[in-house]
Design a protein. Structure first.
Ligand SMILES: [Fe+2]
Length: 317
């Protein structure tokens, strides 16, 4: 990672792990000049995950900041919080049963089931437990870079079929409670299923290249997104599983990860393409509340196996 922390003039950038993640100081995300924003963008490209402490932004303020990075979007089955348009609440109650799942408690990228997945997201802590409840991230750049030349070549030839069926469908791998997000016990998020055929939405399939070239940095990364990856194109699930399992294990190697410890008002800007994330479910008995906001992707992911995507279909989505 080209990460010269002394090269910043307006902000402080302190890495929190070797692979990815940095704490940024000296910026108030409500008010900043163009030079500061340019440094934030550079730090984001270099570190993939940025942590800004004590921001305490409202949903609308989060959206104002995020619009500097691109168009906004929202998961089709989640309602925004009051007053905001795209910002959603992820809340887990202290009364949640021990052992109950919380959202995102498996390695994944968000919404890779879309032809144009969100390119980034903001997460802000509103209320955090006294310990635990951290969010882990893993670098998919590192996961790719760490492969042998032969495995890189193989991966660059493959296309992955993504679907929500592995997350919320009948054969969901996430275990009990994974059938519909609303069934996650103790988690309170506002859903809208009325105008959405949930089964259809979740069983639709979309293809992405296994190795993707990052649209901003030009670096290759391994685009494996957890349970959304159901099989390789032109292969069966059984045939695909051993290699997908290996690549997911590769992506989760501890030296490719970092863990963000939350504090009230801390806001994270995370790349949703070249990083996986994992909401650690280790705070039974405590309340945890987050605001989540996603930034829409600009185009379908491209890579050696899919150098050109269908712009007509992308525009229609
Ligand atoms: Fe997530």
């Amino acid at each position: 990672m080209p990460n010269n922390t002394d090269s910043y003039k307006k902000i402080g950038v302190q890495p929190i792990a070797g692979a990815l993640g940095a704490e940024v100081t000296g910026v108030n995300l409500r008010h900043f000049d163009d030079a500061t924003f340019a440094e934030v963008r550079r730090a984001f490209a270099d570190n993939v995950v940025l942590v800004f402490r004590d921001q305490n932004l409202s949903g609308v303020e989060m959206e104002t900041f995020a619009r500097r990075l691109g168009d906004l979007s929202i998961v089709a089955y989640i309602n925004p919080i009051e007053g905001a348009t795209y910002t959603a609440r992820l809340l887990r109650l202290a009364e949640a049963k021990s052992g109950a799942r919380n959202y995102g408690d498996r390695w994944h990228n968000d919404q890779s089931i879309r032809l144009v997945p969100p390119k980034a997201f903001l997460l802000q802590n509103v209320d955090c437990p006294p310990y635990g409840g951290g969010t882990m991230f893993s670098s998919l750049y590192k996961a790719y870079d760490g492969l042998s030349d032969g495995m890189k070549k193989l991966c660059e030839s493959l296309i992955v079929v993504h679907s929500g069926s592995g997350v919320f469908g009948k054969t969901a791998k996430g275990g009990a409670g994974a059938k519909k997000p609303i069934q996650a016990e103790g988690s309170v998020t506002s859903f809208r299923f009325d105008d959405l055929d949930f089964e259809k939405y979740m069983s639709a399939e979309v293809e992405h290249p296994l190795v993707v070239v990052h649209p901003e940095t030009g670096r290759k990364f391994l685009y494996v997104t957890g349970d959304y990856c159901v099989r390789f194109k032109d292969m069966t699930e059984i045939e695909s599983k051993p290699l997908l399992d290996y690549l997911h294990a590769q992506a989760a190697r501890p030296e490719y990860t970092c863990r963000v410890r939350w504090s009230p008002g801390a806001l994270v800007l995370a790349d949703n393409l070249c990083a996986q994330h994992f909401a650690v479910n280790d705070y039974a008995g405590y309340r945890r509340e987050m605001y989540r906001l996603e930034i829409a992707g600009d185009a379908p992911p491209v890579g050696p196996a899919m150098p050109v995507r269908d712009p007509v279909r992308a525009a229609a989505e």
